[in-house]
Design a protein around this ligand. Structure first.
Ligand code: TEU
Length: 558
């Protein structure tokens, strides 16, 4: 690997203080196990990331968020962390991490790492100590151990359900061999929840934050940022049938969005502020409303919070206008940018989601027997239009690896290949998230489409992906990759991230039409073409034939 000599303007240096870079940044999510595999074992790794930094620089992203690469038994693809301050051998070493960070910074690309504070792995030394210790011990007090109900403690302490399906409690066998206490796990049974009312837990996470900040990371994406604090007494709670795991609009869920959680982020805000370079916190908080989400980005808390309400919005002009309006207002009221996102490693890729033919709730996934499979061509067309709309909005935006290639959800994964705990915990009732996690195609030819040299792949890659490989798309002006490159370059050059949105008439109720930083953006969500207003086309999500905007198309006019 050669070191690049980049003539970096002083104001773009990754360590700069005062830039508030996170207000406007486009951040690329790397799911390390599926990005690029240098070792050939079928699982991507950190040297694989380093090897492709030039590609990300030419794509035009400002920062990278890496999903977990810390030591983990990989029961939930790394979201079950056994050692927060080391790299799992699957992904490399701490030295590989340092090298990747230095190489990214040399290209003015910032690095955000994932922090998983709601739960650890059951292989974490603290949980192993807790299992070996007695009920009521300080070791157990780091997690949520409770006695069961019923005569012999044989019933779970309450009725909470795991996000992945099944009960949120598992009973342990005490060291003396008797059936014992229960521990809480909002996710898999291998992911015990910490007790955040315990100061020892708070202190340990301050140490973990400092470990990565001292190494030079630019921030953290905070996993399940809405879940750390549980309501006193752990009262029973049954989610509304249609409310998903978030419990519906007005429900007060005893494990999501408890007021005390904000004290933790105020504390972390101060800790990050001790460091130079505008380090940032991004909340992964699935909350039912934008107004609630905005509470995570009040001026003394986090810097960004994913706008999942935007992600979940249907392909409908009125719905999009409403969510954009509400987002800019609610985030704006607390002085924060909106953090736009359309895809990540937990949701059906938007190139498929936007053209599903039936309603499929978040988290179910799409598989061979799903009713309502997407229309592939329409999905790609809408995804390109949606991305062109999102990347024109003021604020920050996240791009999930592979969306710049227009990758669809992989639907026809064989049952034996599936690995998401959701699949196992629901006995196959929910396919879960494997379909958005399939390793990337870099080259049309060669083993694993260039994912590695051996062709090994922890999830099988579909044959159709040869035509979506990065090397096929590179330099082809009609490709999705070229579209993203154009959008990111124009967004940066014209300052769209720092602009202000003004609605303008788009000639039809089915057209979302606004001006931002001198650019007129129009997306046609209707089924008939509409006339284009005056202006030079600087980007279009589909080829244009004359001065009309076809259905499911976005244009940027200057
Ligand atoms: O996700 C939290 C979360 O709430 C999602 O799991 C969501 O509810 C789920 O995808 C169903 O739609 C984070 C991570 O992003 C996810 O990958 C982890 O599995 C989870 O936390 C546990 O750490």
């Amino acid at each position: 690997m050669t070191t690049v000599e980049t003539a970096t303007p002083a104001d773009a240096r990754p360590s700069d203080t005062g830039s508030e870079w996170w207000r406007t940044a486009v951040i690329y999510q790397i799911y390390p196990r599926s990005f690029s595999d240098s070792s050939g074992d079928g699982i991507g790794d950190l040297p694989g990331v380093t090897a492709h930094l030039d590609d990300l620089q030419s794509l035009g992203v400002d920062a990278i968020w890496l999903s977990p690469f810390q030591r983990s038994p990989q029961k939930d693809a790394g979201y079950d962390v056994a050692d927060y301050c080391d790299v799992d051998p699957l992904f490399g070493t701490l030295a590989d991490f340092d090298r990747m960070l230095a190489e990214a910074h040399a290209r003015s690309i910032r690095i955000i790492v994932d922090l998983v504070p709601n739960h650890s792995s059951d292989q974490h030394v603290w949980f192993q100590e807790a299992l070996a210790a007695a009920p009521g011990s300080p070791e157990r007090a780091r997690y949520m151990f409770r006695d069961g109900k019923g005569e012999n403690g044989e019933e779970a302490p309450n009725n909470w359900e795991s996000v992945f399906g099944g009960p949120a409690w598992t009973r342990v066998t005490e060291p003396d061999g008797t059936a014992g206490q229960w521990y809480l796990h909002l996710f898999d049974s291998s992911q015990p929840d910490f007790d955040w009312s315990n100061d020892e837990v708070r202190e340990e996470f301050r140490r973990i934050l400092r470990f990565w900040l001292d190494r030079g990371v630019d921030g953290f994406r905070v996993d399940v940022a809405h879940g750390l604090v549980k309501q006193e007494g752990l009262p029973d709670y049954t989610p509304a049938a249609d409310g998903g795991s978030m419990g519906g609009d007005e429900a007060a869920v005893p494990y999501w969005g408890q007021p005390g959680v904000h004290d933790i982020y105020r504390d972390w805000h101060e800790l990050l502020a001790e460091y130079d370079g505008d380090r940032a916190l991004c909340a992964e908080a699935w909350l039912p409303t934008i107004a609630k989400t905005a509470m995570w980005v009040r001026s003394d808390e986090m810097h960004q919070a994913f706008n999942f309400v935007f992600l979940e919005t249907k392909w409908d002009a009125a719905a999009l206008r409403l969510v954009i309006d509400e987002s800019l207002r609610a985030y704006g009221e607390v002085g924060a940018p909106s953090t736009w996102v359309l895809s990540n490693h937990d949701v059906v890729r938007h190139a498929s989601r936007l053209a599903l033919t039936a309603d499929i709730p978040q988290g179910f996934g799409v598989g061979p027997n799903t009713v309502g499979k997407p229309d592939t061509a329409l999905g790609l067309r809408r995804a390109r239009a949606a991305s062109a709309l999102m990347l024109a909005l003021p604020g920050s935006a996240y791009v999930y690896q592979g969306e710049e290639l227009g990758l669809p959800e992989v639907i026809e994964l064989p049952d034996e290949a599936r690995q998401d705990p959701t699949w196992f915990r629901t006995n196959g009732e929910k396919y879960g998230r494997d379909g958005c996690r399939v390793p990337l195609p870099w080259t049309a030819e060669g083993p694993g489409y260039g994912f590695n040299d051996t062709g090994a792949s922890w999830l099988p890659q579909p044959a159709e992906w040869a035509s979506l490989a990065r090397d096929v798309q590179q330099g082809d002006p009609a490709s999705t990759l070229s579209l993203y490159e154009t959008l990111l370059a124009e967004r940066r050059a014209r300052g769209l991230g720092a602009g202000a949105l003004e609605w303008v008439d788009g000639g039809s109720a089915d057209v979302v039409s606004f001006r931002n930083a001198g650019v007129h953006v129009l997306t046609n969500l209707g089924s008939t073409p509409v006339d284009l207003p005056a202006g030079t086309v600087i980007a279009a999500s589909e080829p244009l034939d004359g001065r009309v905007l076809p259905p499911d198309t976005t244009v940027w006019l200057a």
